[in-house]
Design a protein around this ligand. Structure first.
Ligand code: ZN
Length: 200
């Protein structure tokens, strides 16, 4: 922890040396995109996208899960998405899954999650049959196929959010499905024309 504390202590100086004018952020935020990804420590959106403070509004959940929209649910995930879309007016939403995802792998393999019942409950948001649609890649350690199908399922959940649905109709928001390889740094994006995830 000590290195983190040291670097946090010197962050104002380091930001200044990097030419980052943080004082402009006091007037508010106008992020370019909502970036939804897994809580996994190997996925670092700012590094992957080269973004600076103020660029990305982030939502990180176990397995980059997007819960179904319910206006009456006290869901931090739903609230974060609704705020990004309806208040901040983000123009782009990225759902970024990643290789070797423990959450998706647990669903695909039907792991025993009885010691982490809250995790089990959260992961029940994912449809195992959708993730295992292929059937041949269940034991692939990268879980690339299941994660990519999972990303597409989360995009479908997003489309049902009222603010997203309205903005999709008139082109005010665009959805992006990404897959990040933690062991290579490669980013693949879903192409609607081919239905495939291909390098950006
Ligand atoms: Zn993950």
């Amino acid at each position: 922890m000590d290195p983190f504390i040291d670097r946090a202590r010197t962050f104002p100086q380091r930001a200044g040396q990097a030419g980052r004018a943080l004082d402009g952020l006091a007037t508010g935020q106008s992020p370019r995109a909502l970036f939804i990804t897994c809580s996994d420590s190997r996925v670092v959106p700012a590094l992957i996208t080269g973004s600076a403070p103020g660029d990305l509004f982030e939502l990180r959940t176990a397995g980059n899960m997007v819960p179904a929209y319910r206006a009456d649910s006290a869901s931090g995930e739903t609230a974060t998405i609704e705020y990004a879309v309806d208040v901040l007016g983000v123009r782009d939403i990225v759902v970024c899954g990643h290789s070797h995802c423990g959450a998706v792998g647990a669903v695909v393999r039907d792991d025993d999650l009885s010691v982490v019942p809250a995790v089990r409950s959260w992961l029940s948001n994912a449809d195992r049959n959708v993730l295992r649609a292929d059937g041949t890649d269940v034991f692939d350690p990268t879980v690339a196929g299941p994660v990519q199908r999972h990303v597409l399922a989360q995009l479908e959940q997003l489309r049902a959010y009222p603010g997203v649905a309205r903005r999709l109709l008139d082109g005010r928001v665009r959805l992006h499905g990404w897959f990040y390889e933690v062991h290579t740094g490669l980013v693949l994006a879903h192409r609607s024309d081919s239905g495939l995830f291909l390098p950006l």
